[in-house]
Design a protein around this ligand. Structure first.
Ligand code: 26M
Length: 822
């Protein structure tokens, strides 16, 4: 007889098989003969979850007992990707589970593919938060993630007639075995109404906020297990539920249906994730989401704190909060409100706590992406917070005045309130004033922040600024996604690199080893074959695994310049049309990425890619030497297939505009070479891998700035470059649009007239650089050596390194080792 504990935590073959069958019966209520693939996926997931929970509970107990300093990572997005495979890797039971599953007559790959990924993020920012959770758990750092449990994550993308079509992401449809609902953990969150003040019996000035309505935040927890450690931290996501208070019912007396309608309105708050790249102006629901999760999370932290410490004036010694962009910046005002209004701290004490609690990460320099909310909206939704922000601002500007006597310009720029026209609350300014640390996400980005967007704050508080270059977790992005490469590397240097990525440096001498190169090449080829099969299954397009796989996957955006990539494709196509016998390096161009639903130009870029593909892929003159594939619905799951199969990584944003990029790191770790501009983390990747192992092109940031200042004229470049002009003319002629000369006009006239992102200026440099890529690929031995060196020199870009930097320079937290109880 097996004891309950052994039965639910053991990893022997028999125990695992028994557990899967038990879960199938008792949780899914199915016999094997009628069970669907999803039933088996669920049964297996619960089996793995049982083995997480022991660690998770021990972790929670240890944190509670030790009261260690804790990081809270506040983020509106966590783009986790599928859990099952990752948890198998981190638990170290992938092998055993595969065997158990086989013996039950099932296929582990099929079960893994069954998982619907939680797409609770747009792209880089949300995926970064997920990598950081993995690293914090692996490094045994006491930490919580706090965010929003969206019922509908980022939309699913379909391509119909070459255009993007958005489909609702119903990821919770068949249940989510990885979350543990905590219906007893509920936080009231108020909205609207009015404030009033009075003086209490001790003579204290007090403010009461009589809200228009209250919504409850209910906690849903997901355990985040570290790699081969006992630490399992918590990601706590909040779901909005309506409250049916006595007042609420009384108010709706005789209006039962009206009350139910109001209930639905409350629950709308956590219905859907907003795509970025959409103007947020006046999106009341978006501000509601931000406030809802900020308030729920801070209330939860205060509740936990008060269980052991009565004195909130030391709150910042126990907790630090990282603000992932300005989405949770309202937290600055909310913590002040909770401390002053609800817990009766005096203003100065509360401000001291607040100011020592928050740290702020900026993720973009694009001016249109800086969040600001109309004062009227604030007044209507968060009247008390507006008062608090005015008070913070007044005290702040009094300080600034001492710094800039008699000068009004710096004051106007630093003010939390934008008064240049309609009045707005500037969230980045609120975040800067309320934080003890401010950082950018790559060296260049941080320098540009200090020089431009946050220049005035840098002048005022230089000591708050630092750089924290992004990183990605090698557990998901190499071990899980690229088992072939993982095996090859570990055979040579052991598996210490998985937790200490600098050890990849030991591969360097092997770049000269002919046999190792051959194995490296074989692994890449196998991954390309697998991707080719996937492409054929999804799109029907047949691609040649011996061709150069040239890949650009990321959100579709003009500044990321997918259309520059297309201009290169058309250039090659025209060269072939001119000379069908041209000796050319065969290439497969693979694109993936979503466009924001309201971003017309980005959607037209997708149409251009698919339209060019339709012509090029079919043209007999091309004879299969060029293929263009747009793979629909790029997400984490697809990323895991695509990075391991890439030869060339496209990182071609206009210099100065991509804050960091993280896909660039995933590609290089998996042995792809990069063609890129000196932008974001590309700069540091090139420094690490060596200029000779990186294909650099394009204007530098200062050159872009200088060109803009002297008056950039794109037609100068077009008129002096017949090849470029021919490419643009071919698009305009309707060659890729069944003769329709209007279809791509909006894109083309953008390039002819303003060309905001300098494609014309960078075109020739890009084409020349691509020519070097094609040549380099012909020298297979040399290419393989470069590929090995790229992987070997990527140690810096582990998110473990990033998290250690945050711990040391900003958070001042240290690891807490978890022992298993029981
Ligand atoms: C919003 C409205 C209109 C136009 C653009 C926006 C917008 C653009 C970018 C809003 C938010 C944006 O950034 C969010 C984001 O994901 N930033 C990415 O963060 C990653 C992690 O730090 C970086 O690697 C990426 O370079 C950065 O783009």
């Amino acid at each position: 007889i097996v004891a309950v504990e052994d039965d639910r935590t053991g990893t022997s073959l028999e125990t695992l098989k028994r557990a899967i069958m038990d879960n199938l019966f008792y949780l899914q209520a199915r016999f094997p003969s009628v069970a669907s693939r999803n039933d088996f996926y669920m049964a297996l997931s619960y089996t793995v979850r049982d083995r997480l929970l022991q660690r998770w509970i021990s972790t929670a107990e240890t944190y509670l007992q030790q009261g260690s300093r804790t990081v809270c990572y506040f983020s509106a997005e966590f783009l986790l990707g599928p859990h099952l495979g990752n948890n198998l890797i981190n638990l170290g039971i992938r092998q055993e589970v595969e065997e158990a599953v086989n013996e039950l007559g099932l296929d582990i790959e099929e079960l893994l593919n069954q998982e619907e990924e939680p797409g609770l993020g747009n792209g880089g920012l949300g995926r970064l938060a997920a990598c950081y959770l993995d690293s914090m758990a692996t490094l045994e750092i006491p930490s919580f993630g706090y965010g929003i449990r969206y019922e509908f994550g980022i939309f699913d993308q379909e391509i119909r007639d070459g255009w993007q079509v958005e489909v609702t992401d119903r990821w919770l449809r068949y249940g989510n075995p990885w979350e543990i609902p905590r219906p007893e953990v509920r936080m009231p969150v108020k909205f609207g109404g009015h404030t009033r003040s009075y003086t209490d019996s001790d003579g204290h000035y007090r403010v009461i906020w009589d809200a228009h309505h209250v919504v409850e935040g209910v906690a849903y927890d997901t355990p985040i297990l570290g790699y081969r450690v006992n630490t399992a931290n918590t990601l706590r996501l909040w779901r909005a539920e309506a409250v049916e208070s006595f007042d609420f019912q009384a108010f709706n007396t005789g209006n039962y249906y009206g009350a139910v309608r109001d209930k639905i309105t409350s629950e709308n708050i956590t219905k859907v994730l907003y795509p970025n790249d959409e103007p947020l102006q006046g999106k009341e629901l978006r501000l509601s989401q931000q406030y809802f999760f900020s308030s729920s999370s801070l209330q939860d932290m205060i509740r936990i704190y008060l269980q052991h410490n009565p004195d909130l004036s030391k709150f910042h010694q126990k907790f630090t909060v990282q603000l992932n962009d300005t989405h949770p910046a309202i937290s600055v005002a909310e913590l002040m409100r909770l401390l002053v209004d609800d817990h009766h701290l005096d203003w100065n004490t509360a401000w001291n706590v607040t100011q020592h609690t928050f740290a702020y990460t900026n993720h973009t320099l694009l001016p249109e992406a800086l969040e600001k909310w109309p004062i009227a909206l604030f007044q209507y939704l968060l009247p008390r917070h507006l008062e608090i922000i005015f008070e913070i601002n007044q005290r702040f500007l009094d300080q600034v005045r001492l710094h800039y006597p008699g000068q009004s310009d710096p004051l106007a720029r630093l003010s939390i309130i934008d008064e240049s026209g309609e009045r707005y609350v500037r969230m980045a300014n609120l975040a800067c004033v309320g934080s003890y640390a401010i950082n950018g996400v790559a060296a260049l980005h941080t320098e540009l922040l200090k020089a431009t967007v946050l220049h005035d704050f840098y002048q005022l508080y230089p000591e708050r600024f630092s750089n924290k270059t992004n990183g990605v977790t090698p557990r998901r992005w190499v071990v899980l996604s690229n088992p072939g490469l993982t095996g090859l590397i570990s055979e040579q240097i052991g598996d210490g690199w998985i937790k200490d990525l600098d050890q990849l440096g030991q591969l360097e001498p092997l770049a000269n080893d002919h046999h190792f190169r051959a194995c490296w090449g074989k692994t890449k080829h196998d991954n390309k074959v697998a991707l080719a099969e996937h492409i054929q299954a999804k799109t029907g397009i047949i691609v040649d695994p011996n061709s150069l796989f040239d890949i650009q996957v990321k959100r579709i955006h003009e500044y990321k310049r997918q259309h520059l990539n297309v201009l290169h494709i058309i250039t090659l196509y025209q060269q072939i049309k001119d000379n069908p016998h041209l000796d050319i390096t065969p290439r497969t161009f693979i694109f993936g990425g979503k466009a924001a639903p309201g971003y017309f130009t980005a959607k037209l870029m997708i149409k251009l890619i698919t339209a060019v593909g339709d012509v090029v892929n079919r043209d007999p003159d091309v004879a299969g030497r060029l293929k263009v594939v747009f793979l629909p619905d790029y997400n984490v799951t697809f990323g895991q297939r695509v990075y391991p199969a890439a030869d060339l990584s496209e990182q071609i944003s206009t210099a100065g505009l991509e804050a960091s990029g993280t896909g660039n790191m995933k590609f290089s770790m998996n042995g792809a070479l990069t063609i890129g501009t000196l932008d974001g983390a590309n700069v540091e990747i090139r420094e690490e891998v060596g200029a000779e192992n990186f294909f650099l092109f394009g204007l530098t940031t200062p050159e872009v700035q200088a060109l803009g200042a002297k008056g950039y004229q794109p037609w100068d470049y077009i008129q002096s470059n017949p090849q470029l002009k021919r490419v643009l003319d071919l698009i305009a002629s309707g060659h890729f649009s069944h003769g329709d000369t209007n279809l791509f006009q909006p894109l083309l006239s953008g390039l002819w007239n303003q060309d905001k992102y300098y494609l014309m200026a960078d075109y020739q440099s890009y084409i020349d650089c691509q020519q070097q890529v094609s040549q380099a690929y012909q020298n297979r031995e040399q290419w393989l050596a470069m590929s090995i060196l790229n992987t070997a020199r990527m140690g810096k870009f582990s998110s473990d390194r990033s998290i250690q930097d945050y711990c040391r320079d900003i958070w001042h937290v240290s690891p807490v080792i978890i022992k298993l109880n029981g």
